[in-house]
Design a protein around this ligand. Structure first.
Ligand code: HAM
Length: 423
């Protein structure tokens, strides 16, 4: 058969060993913060029935119209690889009767997300999100809490140059009136707007404000703003969110053009933008979705949440030269002659059972090659067992940082190594 080389699919990225320290650091920090805010972890399937996303995310969104990985399973049911967490979290909330739990029910999740987007730096077809949802509470303090999680996350990771963008996009009471005004305004400028916008006027008018086409920017600038059309309830909610943010001295910008790409939002929406990652600069986004649980078959239950893109965060951290701790490297490496292997496999087993990372050279290689490998792996201690050591039953223990050497009898080697503080 002809030799064939495979590449990862377009827009799909391996997270290589050298980038794992970022992934691990981000996940570790997020799971601690989630715990601090009283969130429980929820793991969800990677695929769900397509109808869940059509209904949850919205038929006229880019995600549903153009970006879902949808397939028929063997019983001809249409399934979709999850393009986001929120709809799945709410499906699980309804299915498992979580509405009867003490509210707000707070759930966090993490894992891969799939969107058939045009790949570019910071935009992939498979990426990972950290996601948090809080359900069952209308209080704007919960909006603040969700935003604060994002804040604490980026703060703990030492992000610089972040900008918090917030807006309110109203509710089913006040938004339709605003959308009529917006559509009327756009119809007046029909000849100047791009084809996508012409299409959006009737299908998804709020997204008109989100158009990236140069020719539409002036029209967007002069468009009526939803903040002037909010009903009393939405206005009051937004005023409180801002008051709470001010109370905690959180810097933020009110962005009247921020509308988000998913249909379920009501009232508060927000994004965090980071310096240094170009046009794909949203490291996270979220907001309130007070009608979504009901739309997905549950009792009316308000909710608010957000998701952060892990690859974009890694990219921004690398651009901003943010230091993260190196992953733990093996502590101990055995350099030996093949005859010593029976003894060494027993020691290695004993060390690992004491949670001490230990490795040995494989095959029959020169000491020079084995030391090279030990250096490459950054090990702290090398134990040499050559002919002489076997004869005298005494190991040579070398500190790789200081090059100091000690002779330790086999009989006390384990006690000598285990008493060191490795954790
Ligand atoms: P989203 O804004 O679509 O919101 O995605 C959240 C984050 O995922 C973005 O800010 C970005 O960091 C990352 N992201 C999105 N698309 C890509 C991509 N193609 N490649 C790399 N990263 C990407 C949601 O998904 C909502 N479910 C958030 C939410 C939760 N709202 C309420 N609860």
């Amino acid at each position: 058969m002809a030799k064939q080389k495979f590449q990862s699919p377009k827009g799909v990225k391996d997270i290589l060993p050298e980038d794992q320290k970022y992934l691990q650091r981000i996940q570790e920090v997020f799971s601690h913060i989630a715990l601090r805010y009283g969130f429980d972890r929820l793991d969800l399937p990677v695929f769900e029935e397509t109808a869940l996303y059509q209904r949850g995310v919205g038929e006229t969104t880019d995600i549903v119209e153009k970006e879902m990985y949808t397939f028929l399973d063997r019983s001809e049911t249409s399934m979709t690889l999850r393009p986001e967490f929120t709809a799945g979290v709410l499906r699980s909330f309804v299915q498992h009767g979580m509405a009867s739990l003490t509210k707000p029910v707070k759930l966090w999740s993490t894992g891969p997300i799939f969107r058939y987007e045009r790949p570019q730096a910071g935009r992939y077809r498979q990426f990972h999100q950290l996601n948090a949802e809080a359900l069952g509470e209308l209080d704007p303090v919960l909006d603040l809490e969700i935003m604060s999680i994002a804040w604490d996350l980026y703060d703990a990771l030492n992000f610089k140059g972040l900008s918090f963008q917030i807006n309110s996009i109203g509710c089913p009471k006040c938004r339709p009136g605003y959308l009529d005004t917006l559509k009327a305004y756009y119809k007046k400028h029909f000849d100047t707007i791009c084809d996508d916008c012409k299409n959006r006027i009737d299908r998804n008018p709020l997204r008109l404000l989100d158009c990236k086409n140069n020719g539409c920017q002036q029209i967007i600038q002069n468009a009526p703003m939803i903040s002037e059309h909010l009903c009393e309830e939405c206005n009051d909610h937004f005023t409180k969110v801002k008051l709470y943010l001010d109370t905690l001295s959180r810097p933020y910008a009110i962005n009247p053009r921020l509308v988000r790409g998913l249909d379920y939002y009501t009232k508060t929406v927000f994004e965090v933008w980071a310096d240094g990652i170009g046009s794909q600069n949203a490291v996270c986004g979220g907001g309130r979705y007070d009608g979504l649980v009901e739309l997905l078959g549950g009792q009316p239950t308000p909710g608010v949440g957000f998701a952060a893109g892990i690859e974009r965060m890694i990219f921004a951290m690398q651009q901003q030269k943010i230091e993260v701790p190196e992953l733990q490297t093996p502590e101990i490496y055995f350099v030996s002659i093949p005859d010593a292997k029976v003894q060494i496999i027993k020691w290695i087993q004993a060390l690992r059972s004491q949670k001490i990372p230990a490795l040995m050279a494989m095959g029959d290689r020169s000491f020079k090659a084995q030391f090279r490998e030990a250096n490459r792996r950054n090990v702290k201690t090398v134990i040499v067992i050559g002919d002489e050591e076997l004869k005298t039953q005494t190991a040579t223990v070398k500190n790789m940082q200081t090059s100091d050497q000690q002779q330790i009898p086999f009989s006390s080697l384990m006690t000598h190594l285990v008493k060191k503080e490795y954790y």
